[in-house]
Design a protein around this ligand. Structure first.
Ligand code: C5P
Length: 227
């Protein structure tokens, strides 16, 4: 069967990765979570003391970029690929609110973006890929046959992220999570290098009032129309 490339972009916690993973499973495509890559670089910066209080040492991070190796591996053919930072599985560690608080500033660093975009373009060079992020339809895979841009109200997104974090036992308040979602939206849309934008040919989906199943079927139909 003819394969295509699918780019899913949008604001934080819009459920991009859930639908991207469902779609990749259904179509038997490879799923790539680019947010996990920015999160892993952030974790590296935290572990190496490049982040303190409200600031981070941009130059120190840039110097060490060549020492950061990221790969995705699956524990079984049907499992979600998990991210490895220099050989260590960090899939769970990168999802904390601490990492979420620093990831957007780190994602403004052009050297970081250049390194990750190159790796993402290599991983997405063959068709049969669903990739999600902020700049996939605009920068990473501009020729993708299907581009989706996802949005939902900040409150709705914060509620979903808050439920996810508390379910796994993290101690966070709704207010903190909402603040983080709004700050990331602001940094991601206003940064100079590849800001979050809807690509001209992307289809926008606001899922504030939509359940996961309906959303999945809408996007699957859009994909089928292009295959
Ligand atoms: O998708 P997720 O919320 O895990 O992404 C974390 C952060 O990584 C985003 O808020 C954004 O700052 C950054 N990011 C990015 N470009 C991407 C994917 C994520 O700048 N393609």
């Amino acid at each position: 069967m003819h394969k295509i490339t699918i780019a899913i972009d949008g604001y934080s916690s819009t459920g991009k990765s859930t639908v991207a993973k469902q779609l990749a499973d259904w179509l038997e495509y490879v799923y790539i979570d680019t947010g996990a890559m920015y999160r892993a670089v952030t974790l590296y910066a935290m572990e190496n003391g490049f982040i303190s209080e409200e600031e981070f040492d941009r130059e120190a991070l840039i110097k060490k970029l060549s020492e950061i190796h990221l790969e995705f591996k699956k524990s079984s053919p049907t499992a979600k690929a998990e991210i490895f930072l220099n050989g260590k599985n960090v899939e769970s560690e990168i999802r904390t609110l601490d990492v979420s608080e620093f990831v957007s500033p780190i994602a403004t660093v052009s050297e970081v973006r250049k390194k990750l975009v190159e790796q993402q373009q290599r991983m997405g060079s063959e068709k049969g890929v669903v990739m999600d992020g902020r700049d996939i339809g605009t920068i990473v895979l501009p020729k993708a046959e299907l581009k989706i841009f996802m949005n939902a109200s900040a409150e709705q997104r914060a509620k979903r992220r808050y439920d996810e974090l508390t379910e796994r036992g993290d101690h966070v308040t709704f207010k903190e999570v909402l603040k983080n979602v709004q700050e990331r939206d602001h940094i991601d849309t206003t940064r100079k290098d590849s800001p979050l934008r809807k690509a001209a040919d992307a289809i926008e989906i606001d899922n504030s009032e939509m359940n996961l199943e309906d959303q999945f079927h809408i996007i699957l139909q859009l994909a089928k129309d292009r295959i």
